[in-house]
Design a binder for this molecule. Structure first.
Ligand code: EPZ
Length: 420
């Protein structure tokens, strides 16, 4: 086990490149299973544990995989197993995309119920509603989701809640269904559009991704393609927040500024300067910020996935800030860790009330989940003295080379073995 040791209090200066989007990549890899001809050549894949986990799972189904530094070639013509039940499947949330992809291509699948970050109840009822509407029989038995259909037939599906996972999963199954599937009240996150673009490159006929309604005209077969994953909105947002919190001037390259508007807006409101320039953003801050109120919402609202890093920034922003977490019921587990560093935060249900303090002080803290881990790293970067962040396997699931990127910006941060 490793930990991150951070000697905080230094401003950040320099530029870093943002990697491909985790939450797009973890849907695109299973989507590649839908190709019954040719290989998928996928680029801008982030080098993170969730991606490696999925690569192993897909290989265990009989696909041939060649992994490059930031790319992967998937040959799914050799797939011979629709039963995904390895330890890796249980470890991660996105393994549920195997259900939609396998159901679409083979009309059956048996996939262990997914794991993922402990951020609240994570039902999949909307995924199941969609599969059933397409004509599949769905059972949950012995911890597995078992789906089977004689035929998948396009239909109208109105989701009861806006769900990223259900939108993508049902879209995957619908690509090879007979006729037209209309998905309403869908999620509009950038990675929904990216997955739809990937599927269209494979020969699917999907329109409307990025709006409330997606229309999928079923096609007979899909084939491999070459594709590059979009930049990671959440990784970029995390580094923007770190730069604003620490002070300094940081340029982020390979991003899509449009995807970051809700984060930029809140940073500007807090007193940060944001300069957009093509596919780059520069964040300038003197580290003296003021409190802002935040409500997490589906895209284009403020993303829940940067709520935890943003709450770290607000611990040292002047005045009172109120955060309402409207997506996940339990996404404030990092608050107790921030309190160890001197933060003044009160959590009431899904609301956190933060009264800014002059400074945080270094402590031994842990990453309770992926984005909580990023929040604790930022806390360590702004704190006086030394912070040790434990349980960083959570961080490695979603942030490529986090310590190298912060080091490149001048931070004093190193990864050491917990036994040292
Ligand atoms: C995706 O999770 C992301 N994960 C999450 O990012 C992100 O927080 C979330 O979308 C919201 O943006 C991946 O893409 C792998 P949802 P997902 O279905 O798809 C309720 C990270 O940090 N719901 O959009 O699981 C659910 O309880 C991770 O990278 C149902 O009620 O989220 C939640 O309140 C953490 N029934 C809301 O919808 C369902 O069938 C949104 O969930 C599905 C969801």
């Amino acid at each position: 086990m490793d930990k991150l040791v951070i000697n905080g209090g230094k401003p950040l200066f320099g530029s870093i490149e943002i990697n491909g989007a985790k939450n797009a990549a973890v849907a695109i890899l299973p989507a590649a299973i839908l190709a019954s001809k040719n290989v998928c050549n996928i680029d801008n894949i982030p080098n993170i544990e969730d991606v490696h986990c999925l690569e192993r799972i897909i290989e265990s189904l009989g696909c041939k995989i060649e992994v490059g530094k930031n790319s992967v070639v998937i040959d799914s013509t050799t797939i011979n197993n629709v039963n995904a039940n390895t330890e890796d499947v249980r470890k991660m949330r996105a393994s549920y995309y195997l259900i939609g992809a396998l159901l679409g291509r083979f009309k059956k699948a048996r996939v262990e119920l997914p794991g993922g970050c402990p951020i609240g109840v994570r039902p999949i009822d909307q995924h199941i509603k969609g599969f059933e509407a397409l004509g599949a029989k769905v059972d949950i038995t012995h911890g597995c989701v078992v789906v089977e259909a004689d035929r998948l037939i396009g239909t109208n599906i109105f989701f009861d809640v806006v769900s990223v996972g259900a939108t993508i999963n049902v879209m995957l199954a619908a690509t090879l269904a007979e006729g037209v599937t209309t998905l309403e009240n869908v999620a509009k996150e950038p990675h929904i559009v990216d997955v739809a673009n990937f599927l269209n490159s494979m020969g699917a006929n999907i329109k409307g991704a990025g709006t409330d309604v997606i229309r999928v005209v079923g096609v007979k077969e899909l084939q491999g393609c070459s594709y590059s994953v979009i930049p990671d909105q959440i990784e970029a947002g995390t580094y923007m927040i770190a730069a604003a919190s620490c002070g300094g001037e940081v340029r982020l390259e390979n991003i899509i500024p449009k995807h970051l508007e809700s984060i930029s807006a809140k940073l500007i409101e807090s007193g940060t300067e944001i300069i957009e320039d093509g596919d780059c953003i520069t964040v300038k801050s003197n580290g003296k910020l003021k409190g802002v109120n935040i409500k997490t919402q589906p895209y284009p609202g403020f993303p829940t996935d940067v709520q935890q890093p943003m709450s770290t920034l607000l611990t040292v922003a002047k005045g009172r800030s109120i955060i309402s977490e409207s997506i996940w019921e339990s996404r404030f587990k990092h608050v107790d860790e921030l309190k160890k560093m001197g933060a003044n935060i009160k959590v009431e249900g899904r609301t956190a009330i933060i009264d800014g303090v002059d400074k945080l002080t270094g402590a031994v803290v842990k990453a309770t989940d992926l984005r909580a881990g990023a929040a604790m790293v930022i806390a360590g970067l702004i704190a006086d003295g030394v912070t040790e962040v434990l349980s960083i396997e959570h961080i490695d699931r979603g942030y490529p080379n986090i310590e190298d990127k912060f080091k490149a910006l001048g931070a004093d941060i190193k990864r050491v073995s917990c036994s040292e």
